[in-house]
Design a protein around this ligand. Structure first.
Ligand code: FMN
Length: 366
């Protein structure tokens, strides 16, 4: 197993936004545009952040706080804390270690990881790192982009199964790439040494898709039915935002949903994830796995996501900013910061357990 590079952590980084500001000074313009960019005017990206910020907390004091912990159950497994690393493509553009660095950080910090179809590191290598100490292995899920032909999709799925991934995440909100102004100004050219590890190089052509192009392999409900027949692994759908879609997925036997607007990178002018989450939760009831991502930058954001009904949340961009700043150590630092903030939020709100985090901890001014 290739060990990660042990880069020093730059001094003075005390928040996820600090990591982003620092990484912005290190990354070339095209790579920064790829990692930080959002669709069109960035309205949804900004709304994601604003909506978490606008929610206020209603702490209870003098609560029984002994034996507090952050463990929770999801899809039949225990998570050490309710956060997973979201699938983020092409992490070697941030750091030569790419997903290897991220995986070491996930393993060290007991954080689940969702590996992108478009990762630069094969799923087998990432799985070996996460499962280094099997008793402590955090969850590894594989994110699927449906491929133009079923055989290629099936090959990806079998590879993820054989590597020991515990769930599949089908991304359904990006049949074509969003129109991102920053990337149009600074188009990304993948250098020859950085390529998608799971796909032939020709399959991933950066640039906006057209109706006759990428959209031809856009997933439909029939594909979801077909995928469910192909695997015994739990299948989650990422990018569900409408209550009717949520109900349809649940009725088909989909194992869970990730409420996501893709970090505001696909369709601009969608509502914030925090606005969408309660509607999806209401549509599927309380006992069905629902996760959320988009704009989580503080432990209090994660706390608010759980209070609005999420079982867990996913973290997108900050992981690659940490990676750019100091490889595995940078990602581990990002996760440590977020976890410390989350634990502080729990204890200051009077919650000793994840199950105690509910809507009663949100301040609603009636
Ligand atoms: C650079 C970049 C690449 C991404 N690649 C993927 C991907 O390959 N598959 C996917 O489902 N989502 C992808 N996403 C979306 C993330 O999984 C996630 O939904 C989003 O980043 C969450 O928002 P946040 O960045 O504000 O935390 C990507 C996001 C970024 C920033």
């Amino acid at each position: 197993m290739q060990p990660p590079r042990l880069d020093p952590l730059p001094p003075g980084l005390v928040s996820l936004d600090d990591h982003q500001r620092h990484a912005a000074q290190l990354l070339d313009a095209d790579r920064l545009a790829f990692f930080a960019g959002a669709a069109a005017d960035g309205l949804t990206d900004a709304a994601n952040r604003q909506a978490w910020s606008a929610l206020q907390l209603a702490p209870r004091v003098l609560q029984h706080m002994q034996d507090s912990h952050t463990r929770t159950r999801l899809l039949g497994r225990t998570l050490d804390w309710p956060l997973l690393l979201a699938p983020v493509a092409h992490q070697r553009l941030a750091h030569p270690d790419g997903e290897i660095g991220t995986a070491f950080a996930a393993q060290a910090s007991q954080t689940g990881m969702v590996l992108s179809t478009l990762s630069n590191t094969p799923v087998e290598q990432v799985a070996a790192i996460l499962q280094h100490e099997p008793a402590l292995a955090p969850p590894l899920w594989f994110q699927l982009y449906l491929q133009p032909d079923c055989a290629a999709t099936l090959a990806l799925l079998r590879r993820a199964e054989a590597a020991g991934c515990q769930a599949l995440v089908l991304t359904v909100d990006a049949p074509v790439q969003g129109i991102r102004d920053a990337e149009r100004r600074h188009p990304l050219q993948l250098p020859p040494e950085i390529h998608p590890a799971h796909l032939p190089p020709s399959v991933h052509q950066p640039g906006p898709g057209l109706c006759q192009g990428l959209a031809a392999s856009a997933p439909g409900w029939d594909d979801v039915r077909w995928l469910l027949e192909q695997t015994t692994l739990p299948l989650l759908l990422k990018g569900i935002t409408h209550p009717d879609d949520a109900r349809q997925a649940q009725a088909l036997g989909v194992a869970g949903l990730i409420v996501s607007n893709h970090g505001g990178r696909t369709l601009d002018s969608m509502p914030a994830s925090a606005t969408l989450l309660p509607r999806v939760r209401q549509a599927v009831g309380n006992d069905y796995p629902v996760l959320v991502d988009g704009g989580i930058r503080r432990g209090t954001d994660l706390f608010k996501a759980l209070a609005l009904g999420a079982d867990a949340a996913l973290l997108g961009r900050p992981q690659v900013f940490g990676l750019a700043n100091a490889g595995a150590r940078g990602v581990a630092h990002v996760l440590r910061l977020l976890r410390d903030e989350f634990e502080a939020a729990m204890l200051l709100c009077g919650c000793a357990r994840i199950a105690q985090i509910d809507a009663s901890r949100l301040f609603i001014n009636r």
